[in-house]
Ligand binder design. Structure first.
Ligand SMILES: [Cu+2]
Length: 271
């Protein structure tokens, strides 16, 4: 009777948990895919542990509620070995799963991974820390320099120039950071005054912007769309308004956008 009740309660709890978990949304980028995947792996393990612990707790309360003279367990080697080994196995799993994801360049950062075969990074300042793509990846990789400054963002495309001037966009003019989907993108993030942080949560991107030092991060965006960019490091009175947009477009649209920027620059320089 009691067992049947516990089983029913357990099934009900599982159903509630299943309802509480959101259906998995389509992954927006390589970074988002890795982070969401790890999060779900850990969640599944946590759910199983929660159910087991709660089941033992409820069983114990129901089973021994009328026991007026309980005797504590004094020594039980088998029990002690079980909970030590089980905990060690769970912690090892969490550590290994997290390390696997943190070790990927897209999550740990390109600067931290430091590739000795990398090509010269495309940047406009003489700051240290930027790392270019590997030779094999160079042709398909897009490099964008993201410069933070009180209280706006400048997006430079140093691979694309008109009469020596770099193709550029800025958040003060309401212009987005445009990148093509399904191609590796390197962001060389830096600041020209003090600490800021480049943060696009829906693409799984976050990187501190250090003064006069580059940090290169990488992504491959899968879903076209416009994503919110925040400054994630308190930087002064204008911090909360230090926003921007990241626009992921098709390869054709990206090329059209570049051509348009270049032709505008040409007509400006000739007038
Ligand atoms: Cu800020």
């Amino acid at each position: 009777m009691i067992r049947a009740r516990i089983a029913t309660a357990g099934a009900g709890l599982l159903a509630l948990l299943a309802l509480a978990v959101d259906p998995v949304a389509a992954q927006t980028s390589l970074n988002d895919e890795l982070i969401t995947g790890l999060n779900l792996e850990l969640l599944y393990v946590a759910v199983v542990i929660t159910v087991i612990v709660e089941a033992v707790l409820i069983y114990t309360v129901v089973r021994y509620k009328d026991n007026d003279e309980p005797k504590p367990t004094q020594e039980n080697r088998r029990l002690e070995i079980t909970w030590t080994v089980t905990t060690a196995v769970i912690l090892l799993f969490v550590g290994a799963a997290a390390y696997q994801v943190l070790g990927v360049q897209a999550i740990g950062g390109v600067t931290a991974a430091s590739n000795p075969n990398a090509v010269e990074p495309a940047t406009t300042y003489d700051f240290p820390g930027a790392v270019g793509p590997s030779q094999a990846e160079d042709d398909e990789t897009v490099e964008v320099e993201v410069i933070a400054q009180k209280y706006y963002w400048t997006y430079n495309y140093p691979e694309h120039r008109v009469n020596g001037s770099v193709v550029s966009a800025t958040s003060t003019a309401g212009e987005p950071l445009v990148i093509p989907k399904n191609r590796p993108v390197y962001f060389h993030v830096a600041s020209v005054d003090w600490l800021h942080a480049f943060h696009v949560p829906d693409l799984g991107l976050k990187q501190d912007a250090f003064p006069e030092k580059y940090n290169t991060i990488k992504t491959v965006a899968y879903e076209e769309g416009t994503y919110q960019l925040y400054c994630a490091e308190y930087c002064g009175v204008g911090h909360s308004a230090m926003l921007g947009k990241v626009k992921v477009v098709s390869q054709e649209e990206y090329q059209q956008w570049l051509d348009k920027q270049k032709s505008e620059m040409k007509s400006e320089s000739s007038s």
